[in-house]
Design a protein around this ligand. Structure first.
Ligand SMILES: NC(=O)c1ccc[n+]([C@@H]2O[C@H](COP(=O)([O-])OP(=O)(O)OC[C@H]3O[C@@H](n4cnc5c(N)ncnc54)[C@H](OP(=O)(O)O)[C@@H]3O)[C@@H](O)[C@H]2O)c1
Length: 325
């Protein structure tokens, strides 16, 4: 029997993308259950081109053995219900930060460390990293294998879509309000986001960094190398979708631009776009797929740097098929 797939947070920005990925992979609608809060009870949601799914209430859903539950809601929702799915003998895959740093819960970017799932986790919960960490892990991995990344200095340009539907609405409403000379209202962001940039993503940590900045290092250490050093600056930008990062790395050994470019090309999900002409690089607007763009590589031993974009759509597909038991 095919596993049932429950998508929790199906009406949200990430949940809709998860449903799209499942439909694109020809998972029959009868195998998929869309779950959300009380607010969505009785509504329907599109599934692929032709189907709709009724949205059910998570609270009322009984998980069964073998179910795959994809949690695309808040950390609070995952903390409460992922253990329920696991206890029933299902698998919980969570995109929030509820379990990312929990011991015994693998934090997985399939192309980078998917092998950690060779022995399925006893807790039956798998965490998906933040978009920024996925992006960085995909580009650091091939360089790390080739020349040992000692430190990465990263500036992340985070779209409002990363903060959910309400945040996207806020950018839209503020932009319109400014055009028609109305009062700008803020709720999701601490400063005006329209026509602005905000160097504050997530709460502040005791050392003055923000959660987005600190978690980049924590997550990359768990995914790639416990000794990796990351200096990060995370900036919220008035872009709806599409993450971008500017990265400079210090490597353990010299690597030519050609060798770095060749290493990037071995990584699934990366396209090197480095034409060094007008429009010869990728930006969030056109990055329907991941792109690694505009590399700058002075003569070694100077650090190699690059500009990297990805569309903040669905989290990367998890290799559910490799799970058993
Ligand atoms: N957006 C991104 O690019 C991105 C990237 C990586 C990770 N994430 C993470 O993914 C998660 C979802 O983000 P999002 O942007 O999709 O958020 P969102 O657009 O605000 O959607 C939240 C979803 O959670 C549901 N929900 C809220 N309370 C619930 C409850 N008590 N029980 C069941 N469902 C509930 C909502 O259902 P209703 O419609 O019924 O309220 C909605 O479907 C977050 O943890 C976020 O940090 C987001």
């Amino acid at each position: 029997m095919q596993a049932r797939i429950a998508v929790i947070g199906a009406t949200g920005a990430v949940g809709r993308e998860v449903l799209q990925v499942l439909a694109d992979r020809d998972i029959p609608p009868g195998q998929v259950t869309a779950l959300a809060s009380d607010r969505s009870l009785g509504t329907e949601i599109s599934y692929g081109e032709d189907d709709v799914l009724p949205v059910s209430r998570l609270e009322d859903f009984t998980f069964q053995s073998g179910d795959v539950a994809i949690f695309a809601g808040s950390a609070q929702v995952a903390s409460l219900h992922a253990p329920r799915a696991a206890a029933a003998g299902g698998w919980a895959i969570d995109v929030s930060d509820a379990f990312r740093m929990e011991v015994g819960v693998p934090l997985v970017v399939p192309e980078v460390n998917g092998d950690v799932l060779a022995s399925p986790p006893k807790k039956r919960i798998i965490a998906s990293p933040s978009t920024g960490a996925v992006l960085l892990a995909l580009t650091l991995k091939p360089l790390h294998v080739k020349a040992g990344v000692l430190r990465a200095t990263v500036t992340t340009f985070e779209p409002v879509g990363e903060a959910g539907r309400a945040a996207m609405d806020e950018l839209f409403h503020q932009t319109r309000a400014i055009f028609v000379n109305q009062q700008v209202e803020k709720q999701e962001f601490t400063k005006q986001i329209a026509f602005n940039v905000i160097p504050h993503v997530g709460s502040f940590e005791t050392d003055g960094s923000t959660r987005a900045e600190a978690s980049l290092q924590r997550e990359l250490r768990k995914i790639l190398d416990p000794d990796l050093k990351i200096s990060a600056t995370a900036v919220r930008v008035p872009v709806f979708l599409g993450h971008a990062q500017a990265v400079h790395v210090d490597l353990g050994m010299a690597l030519s631009a050609e060798a770095a470019r060749a290493a990037f090309k071995t990584m699934p999900g990366i396209t090197v776009i480095d034409h060094r002409t007008d429009e010869g690089y990728a930006t969030p607007v056109e990055c329907a797929s991941a792109g690694c763009a505009r590399m700058a590589a002075p003569t070694p031993p100077s650090p190699i740097g690059w500009w990297r974009t990805i569309c903040a759509k669905a989290p990367p597909p998890m290799p559910c098929k490799s799970l058993s038991g």
